[in-house]
Design a protein around this ligand. Structure first.
Ligand code: FES
Length: 190
């Protein structure tokens, strides 16, 4: 049986991808990841925690942005829980800190403001709705594309919020926009 597959716009359609391609940017290594995904450093890198703000402040604003070890992240405070992830959407680099949070299949997701992709706050999985073309009357189901957005760890100590970057060596799609030539440190840009 052939399983239905999600339809995704090509990565090259993003404005950031076009901008970098026009500069002739190629694959380069930054930190422990290769942008072309051709190789992975088998070692885990450990990052120190970085204080990004006060608990009182994020509880009011419900989100904040920060640069942690040269990586731009967004931190959400949603329904009593903290979540941190790469700020640029894995699809084409959209600004996730400007998206809305909605529940899909009972899972809180950030909805990217550019093309409305849904990313779970807890795990960074991209979600899509699947239908069975052989049974079009069946209700579409929310399914996972796998982990696409890199998730980081948030801790609270003495009223301060700390972010520890993910040390997982596996490649996330969002690494593409968080490292090397593709990195954009401009939280307010759309
Ligand atoms: S950039 Fe396309 S959905 Fe986020």
């Amino acid at each position: 049986m052939t399983l239905p597959r999600p339809v995704e716009a090509p990565r090259e359609s993003g404005a950031l991808a076009r901008a970098v391609a026009s500069r002739g940017g190629g694959a380069r290594t930054r930190g422990h990841m290769n942008l072309d995904g051709s190789a992975q450093d088998p070692e885990k890198r450990e990052y120190s925690s970085v204080c990004v703000g006060r608990e009182d402040d994020i509880k009011k604003s419900e989100r904040m942005t920060a640069v942690v070890h040269d990586r731009e992240v967004v931190i959400f405070y949603h329904k009593g829980e903290y979540h941190a992830m790469d700020i640029r959407c894995y699809h084409s680099g959209g600004p996730l800190h400007l998206g809305d949070i909605e529940d899909f299949d009972g899972r809180p997701c950030i909805v990217c403001p550019w093309h409305k992709y849904k990313i779970t706050l807890a795990t960074g999985e991209g979600l899509y709705q699947s239908i069975n073309p052989k049974d079009p009357s069946a209700k579409p189901k929310w399914c996972s594309k796998g982990v696409k957005q890199r998730i980081h760890t948030v801790t609270v100590d003495n009223g301060n919020i700390y972010v520890t970057l993910s040390s997982e060596p596996f490649k996330c799609d969002s690494d593409f926009y968080a490292t090397g030539d593709f990195k954009v440190i401009k939280s307010s840009s759309r």
